[in-house]
Design a protein around this ligand. Structure first.
Ligand SMILES: *[C@@H]1O[C@H](CO)[C@@H](O)[C@H](O)[C@H]1NC(C)=O
Ligand SMILES: *[C@@H]1O[C@H](CO)[C@@H](O)[C@H](O)[C@H]1NC(C)=O
Ligand SMILES: *[C@@H]1O[C@H](CO)[C@@H](O)[C@H](O)[C@H]1NC(C)=O
Length: 382
């Protein structure tokens, strides 16, 4: 049965070459609590054992027609860039009806009411909860939030870093700052509190200085070396998970608070990561990229689809597709109830991104994926 399922997935998703199966069935490492304890543990033997084990995943790669296409690459095309375009031309031909290469109009949806047009009654339970949330956000200190970003960029570091997940020795540092950017943007839109707006805008500009100092478009509270490990399928703790939070935070600052600098910054990040993924595909293979996705990548697809709707840049759409984890979405596409055992925090954002793909491109397969997922979880996994 497994073999049949995998075969069907390959046929349906043959635009992607996949490992036999998603390898991200939960290991101890799927638990953030466990990883946190492990990385903080002084037991070197334990660390070595667990982290080397997790990189011993040598699944046999199943070649598909992508490989066949690659071997047709015209000999005179030598530049890596062209090789990448060659593969992408193929993907587009297969993915778009009639090979027009044009994104279809998506269906019509309910219109979201803009947060700025809604005010809660301050005496209601929701109004009170909002006020508590606002006061909490006001407590957070900008210098403390961006401490590790400045450190990474080699800038002076006033203040002190926050602890816990944000502490300077945590591989996930920086993701909370992304949440902060989203939360403050939405809070500002919902309340119009300008003290908060000043604070959040100062955080965006401080991050902008870090990005400028690094000079490549990269923006993170940890060095880009984490992505070398990610791309080499070596143990590293979910660097794209954190990048997704930061990018989503910047998109929210633009969408909810009209901060143009935030849009410029997130666009530069997208261009940086586009180049990185392109580099993996041209230097190695697209299989290598798919394999790396077995490490948690948050909602990279989702934020890239959102960004694409703003920029209309085809590279942003492509990068979104490249985070639509095929070995997982493929199972949903053929309506296989194989959800058990998949790490929820890793895979739910991918399905959210798949649903966004439908909303952005109108591709009905992705509507089915989202609907099937909801029905399955609701009927038999909750
Ligand atoms: C460290 O981990 C190893 C391997 O799991 C274990 O055998 C050993 O007892 C641990 N040492 C301590 C001091 O906990
Ligand atoms: C923003 O909210 C805080 C916390 O409720 C409050 O102290 C401050 O006066 C508000 N600022 C503005 C401009 O309304
Ligand atoms: C979830 O299940 C309940 C009970 O069967 C049903 O009433 C509801 O419509 C379902 N919701 C979705 C989103 O499928």
């Amino acid at each position: 049965m497994k073999i049949l399922v995998v075969f069907v997935v390959m046929v349906l998703f043959c635009d992607c070459v996949m490992t036999k199966e998603c390898t991200n069935t939960p290991t101890q490492l799927s638990s953030h609590t466990y990883r946190y304890a492990l990385l903080n543990s002084k037991n070197k033997t334990l660390k070595q054992e667990v982290l080397t084990l997790s990189s011993h995943d040598h699944d046999h790669l199943t070649p598909t027609d992508d490989s066949a296409w690659a071997s047709l690459l015209p000999r005179k095309v030598l530049k890596q860039e062209d090789e990448f375009s060659w593969m992408m031309m193929y993907r587009q031909m297969k993915n778009n009806n009639g090979g027009s290469g044009k994104v279809r109009d998506s269906g019509s949806f309910l219109n979201e009411v803009f947060l700025g047009d809604v005010r809660l009654d301050s005496d209601s339970i929701h109004g009170q909860a909002q006020q508590t949330n606002l006061e909490y956000l006001m407590l957070l200190d900008g210098d403390n939030l961006v401490w590790s970003f400045r450190k990474t960029a080699g800038l002076p570091t006033p203040g002190v870093a926050y602890g816990g997940w944000e502490s300077p020795n945590q591989e996930l540092r920086g993701h909370f700052v992304g949440h902060y950017l989203s939360a403050t943007a939405m809070m500002w839109a919902s309340t119009g509190n300008d003290t908060l707006k000043k604070k959040m805008t100062a955080v965006v500009s401080a991050l902008g200085e870090c990005q400028e100092k690094m000079g490549t478009g990269y923006l993170s509270a940890f060095p880009s070396e984490f992505f070398d490990r990610f791309e080499a399928v070596q143990p590293v703790w979910a660097p794209y998970y954190t990048i997704h939070k930061i990018m989503a935070g910047l998109v929210d600052q633009y969408v909810f608070a009209g901060n143009d600098q935030a849009l410029k910054m997130v666009t530069q990040m997208a261009d940086y990561f586009y180049k990185r993924v392109q580099n993996v595909i041209t230097k190695y293979t697209i299989e290598r990229h798919w394999r790396s996705l077995n490490e948690e990548t948050g909602g990279m697809n989702d934020v890239m689809y959102r960004l694409y709707t703003i920029t209309g840049n085809a590279n942003h759409l492509l990068l979104a597709h490249l985070f639509d984890k095929p070995c997982f979405l493929g199972l949903l596409a053929i309506k296989a109830d194989e959800l058990s055992g998949f790490h929820a925090n890793t895979h739910i954002p991918i399905v959210v991104g798949a649903q966004r793909r439908y909303e952005v491109t109108g591709d009905p397969l992705y509507k089915e994926i989202g609907t099937f997922f909801m029905e399955t979880v609701n009927s038999s996994h909750s």
